[in-house]
Design a protein around this ligand. Structure first.
Ligand code: GLU
Length: 441
């Protein structure tokens, strides 16, 4: 039974980078008819906030990424303590007392000597008496997992065969001096207890994975399949990490981006399959294949979301936007005709308001000097409303007959005078919706 999880830390709003992880895990579970767990990694009581837990759920709900279960690490501390005891029992866990400054100094020395900055395991040489003395002086130490210095290997679902020399990695700290359990061990225990079969996460976790594979083995657990997706960069390949704050899912929602546009992009970006707009989740699930993703950094441009959103909106029947049309005051009997015109000319639903105010109040006319007389004459031929779908045809025929203009020189000045714009919707359909033409008054 396939089980995946999305495991955000509730320390902020989730962004497009997190979404990639969430979506891949979601799609794998759904495609296999398995279980998708939302796991809240809240072992850090200082940085975790309930409002972010709520916000993460709202964002996932908005996208339709429904989970089957919620788990919270803060409710599972006993399980982590048991695992820690086991590691102590088998002599794979040791207490270390270096201060951050001391560790920093050690790292600098190693780097100066051209060595990798790996923790030197000085704490392993401490006698019990020395540890007692250090504990009395500095308080409890941190607990480090003692790695076996051998190669750690796995076949990654995206990166292929990976082999990491454990000696090039510091023994990971799993419990802090203040007793706080860290993600590295909590995640190992959870993934095992919850029967997680596939872990997809960012390639910044590759080293974690290596250490977690050893911790799992030490605890007598097997390990799930791992896949590490590349990290997102900006359109020019620049690091996105600093800008991710502005790419929070809620900001994109606020900007009018539609879930299926965002999901369609993120389910394919960085894979060898083309990005295609999908209008429902079942199609997205069907067309997803983790093996198609590559390891190269993936360029993300938020601007790509808007044409996809526009195309998505064009597929919607009027009933689905009734609330938006009501909100801007489009009368019920005009909604269908208005939507038919407007949907072809909007990027997001926010643009509807502008089109409706044009219909309701008319537009500031745009009239070139050389067209002034022509427009004045044309306006005398435009009857007073209400207009219908034939009004534009009849009017332009009459103007053509009277002035002798035709083609572009006939239609363009009229369009500009009526709509204030050089291009836009089909004029027959638009004029039929217009309640006033300001150039006429
Ligand atoms: N809470 C971790 C993170 O957000 C989870 C990583 C994982 O998927 O194991 O980075």
């Amino acid at each position: 039974m396939t089980t995946t999880r999305f495991a955000p830390s509730p320390t902020g709003y989730i962004h497009v980078g997190n979404l990639r992880t969430a979506l891949m895990n979601y799609l794998i579970a759904r495609k296999a008819g398995g279980t998708f767990i939302l796991r809240i990694d809240d072992t850090d009581p200082e940085r975790s906030r309930e409002e972010y837990v709520d916000a993460i759920k709202q964002d996932l709900e908005w996208l339709g990424l429904t989970w089957d279960k919620v788990e919270r690490q803060s409710e599972r501390l006993d399980r982590y303590a048991e695992a820690a005891d086991k590691l102590r029992e088998i002599n794979r866990f040791y207490e270390a007392f270096e201060t951050p400054t001391e560790l920093d100094l050690k790292r600098k020395k190693q780097l100066n000597m051209g060595k990798p900055p790996v923790y030197d395991r000085a704490a392993l040489a401490l006698s019990d008496a020395e540890k007692d003395a250090l504990r009395a002086e500095r308080g409890n130490g941190v607990w480090r997992f003692k790695l076996d210095h051998e190669r750690i290997e796995w076949t990654d679902g995206i990166l292929g065969d990976i082999s990491i020399d454990a000696a090039s990695v510091s023994d990971p700290v799993l419990i802090r001096g203040d007793g706080q359990v860290l993600y590295t061990i909590a995640s190992v225990v959870d993934d095992t207890d919850m029967g997680v079969t596939h872990v997809v996460r960012g390639s910044d976790h590759v080293t974690n994975t290596a250490t977690q594979i050893q911790i799992m083995a030490a605890l007598g657990f097997g390990h799930p399949e791992f896949a590490h997706h590349s990290l997102l960069t900006g359109p020019q390949g620049e690091a996105l990490s600093k800008r991710l704050g502005t790419l929070a899912l809620r900001d994109l929602r606020e900007a009018g981006v539609k879930p299926m546009a965002l999901l369609s992009l993120m389910a394919r970006l960085g894979s060898s399959d083309p990005v295609e707009l999908r209008t429902d989740m079942a199609e997205l699930i069907e067309g997803f294949d983790i093996n198609r993703f590559g390891s190269a950094p993936t360029k993300f441009d938020a601007e790509d979301l808007y044409p996809l959103t526009a195309r998505y909106l064009q597929t919607l029947p009027v009933e689905t936007v009734k609330a938006e049309l009501d909100a801007i005051g489009v009368p019920a009997d005009k909604q269908e005709a208005f939507w038919a015109v407007a949907k072809e000319n909007i990027t997001t639903l926010k643009d509807l308001e502008g089109w409706w105010s044009l219909c309701r109040d008319g537009a500031e006319p745009l009239i070139a000097d050389e067209d002034k007389e022509f427009i004045a004459e044309a306006m005398t031929l435009l009857p007073e409303g209400p207009y219908d779908s034939e009004s534009w045809g009849k009017w332009t025929a009459a103007v053509k007959e009277k002035t002798g203009r035709k083609g572009k020189s006939l239609f363009m000045p009229l369009r500009k005078a009526v709509t204030g714009m050089e291009r836009g919707p089909d004029m027959s359909a638009l004029l039929a919706l217009m309640q006033t033409v300001r150039a006429r008054d």
